[in-house]
Every structure is written in structure tokens, then in C-alpha cells.
Write a protein that binds this ligand. Sequence first.
Ligand SMILES: Cc1ncc(COP(=O)(O)O)c(C=O)c1O
Length: 397
Amino acid sequence: MIPEKGEMFNHWGLNRENVFLNHGSFGATPVAVLEEQNRVRRIMESDPVHFVERLSNEMWQNSVSNLSKFLNADPAGMLFVENATTGVNTILRSLNLSEGDEIIVPDHAYQACRNAIDHVTSKSGARTIVVRIPFIVNKDSDIIDPILSAISEKTALAMIDTVSSPTGIRMPFEKLVEEIQKRGVDVLVDAAHGPGIVPLDLSKLNAAYITGNCHKWVCTPKGSAFLHIREDKRGGVKPLVIGHGYSSELPLNEKFRMEFDWTGTRDPSPWLCIPYAIGHLGSLVHGGWPEIMRRNHEMVIYGRDLLCEALGTSPPTPNSMVSSMSSIELPWDEDVVSVPLGGDPLHNLLFDNYKIQVPVIPWPNHNRKYIRISAQLYNSKEEYEYLSNSLTSILGL
Ligand SMILES: Cc1ncc(COP(=O)(O)O)c(C=O)c1O
């Protein structure tokens, strides 16, 4: 029997027959936000030229200033990109690396972003310095100390997550950015799981670069992310796509905007829905965004503790290092190998036989396997209970 849904479930168009415990991978967009996207698209298609020449500029600026206010960021450095992968690539591919330079990345980083680092370091004779962080973490210094120890006079950049993808750890990124930059090294913050899942104050954070998704935890349509570049770094970064802005003779700050804002014809509706999504989600619960994060945190802790007990393991981090996602180690005797082409067998079994959508993440480096749960307003406690019972039955516990 499929368990009861959370009370907010009807705000989303999710399939009722499934138990959706993976908000973390691609988010999920509420029906009202998709309607807003359709409204924007109808305006666009009623006269595409008028839309591009006149209407979209004001809407774009509104989105930039709205998101900047939400994240307390300087709107002049706030750019839109399709996704965090693009944001990370934009910065890395603008770096002028020399032979022997080093880029630091913890081994909990998202593989696509790690690949982007490897690509630029291997092309320039620089080196990727991978910092091993344990899965079981008891305190911030378990993460901070090894990262700081990896800094050398050759370090050109460090990439730090807000929340790690495979392990779901809420990283001590505020402290890391402060300490790393104090040592003269720029930080690129990967906030793919950023807005809407951890409190973000970009002005206070003061990272050289930060990119983050709105399509995950702010629930905008897919393809809406941001890249924020600190003022002193703006002259050195180019978009991945060179377009009209490159030859513009506008003053530097306007040229910078033009280069990033117009990289060719595309559908801007995912970004233009950001103000609506922030307002809509924020209005669903009394207390707005802080309350959404609090509820999701409380729910995921409930699910994590339940699973830990069922699987006979202990929570990998203190509650303070959990946001709205948590990974729990699965009991596993065999050697852990990378996900086979058809997907992880346990993940597939959970979906095919139990209708549960949840990622199972093999991590060969650490020879461990995790299950990562997410919590969003549409989830219910019963869904985590159902997952726990299904797992104990599959694993014969
Ligand atoms: C830490 C991290 N970085 C980057 C990404 C990539 O996000 P996107 O696919 O939106 O580029 C993810 C996706 O889950 C992630 O978890």
C-alpha cells in the first residue's frame, strides 16, 4: 500500500502512485510555478521580437534583483546560467592556470564538477588536489582541517560545496570560505543545493565565485541557476558562449552584463519564474523560507533516524550538518563498484517493486554504499516509514 502523502502534496504534479523521496536530484516544480512559466511563454510567443526587445529586459532585471535580495547579493554580479554545472565550468574555463598550479576539491564533490576541474588542470599542466574527507563526520574541523592543510603556495582555487551531493553533508562552507580566502586563495562555491536548503548571505560570504541552482530547492522550472561573481573578479571571467557582448563598447559593467545575459536565443522563462517561485513557496507555510527549511530539516532527520535504526547503523553526522537531505550507509559486504549502465540494482528494485524514488549511491573510493533521502514540503513521515520497511524486507534485516 502506497503511504499517505504530505498535506502539501497537491501543490505539486508528482505521480500519486510513487513515493518521491528524491527532491535532491532535479527538484520538482509546483503546478502554480509551471503555470507562471506558461504565462511567460505565452507572452513571449505572442510577439517574440517585442518580448526580446522590450518586455524581457524588465522581467530579467526583476528576476536578478529579486534573487539578489533573496540571497543578499550584489545584483551587478548576479548572472543567470542554466545550471550549476555550467556555473562551475564558466569559472574554471576562465582561469589562467600555469603548470604546477593546484585546484583543491574535497572527494565529496559532485563528479561532473570534479571532471571540469580535471579537464582544466590536465590541459594546463596544473594539478587537481583531492582532499579525502571521511563519511562519518563528528565536527566541522573533521572537514575544515584536511582542506586547509591541502593549501600550498601553488593553490589557485578551491571548490567547496554548500551541501555535498553523494553524502548530503551540510558543509561548513561559511567558515571554509573565510579561512581559505584569508590564506589568499579564491573559493568557488558549488551551491547546487544552496538557495532554499541552506541560509545564504552572499555579501557576508564574500566568495570570489558562487554558483547555485534555483531548480532544486527553490522549485523553479528546470534550467534556472545563478552565477555570482565578486566585483574584483568580474573582469577575468567570460561566459562559455561568446556572443554579441564581446565586441560591445559599453562601459565595463554593462559589457559584462551583456556578455552573460545574451549568449544567443534561448527560452528565458525558467529564470523569469524565480520571483514567482520564491514568493509562491514562501507563502505556502506560515513563517516563509526559514520555516520551510526548518520543516524539511526536521522531516529528513525523522527519516534518517528511522533508517539508521532499521539498518543498524548510526547517523553519519550531527544534526547540525544536515539540511534537507541525508545519506545513510547501507549494510554491504561486497566490493562497491560504480553504478552500472542500467542503474543501481537496489535503486531499480525499490522503484520497480515498491514505487519508491530514492537514489542509491555506490562510492567505490570509500568502498561504501549509501541511500540518500530528501525532504520537501510534499513528503510525509509515512513515506520514510514505508521506505524503511521496504529496505528491511529487501535486505532481510
Ligand atoms: C553538489 C552538486 N553540484 C552540482 C550539481 C549539478 O547540478 P546541475 O545538474 O543542475 O548542473 C549537483 C546536482 O545534483 C550537485 O549535487
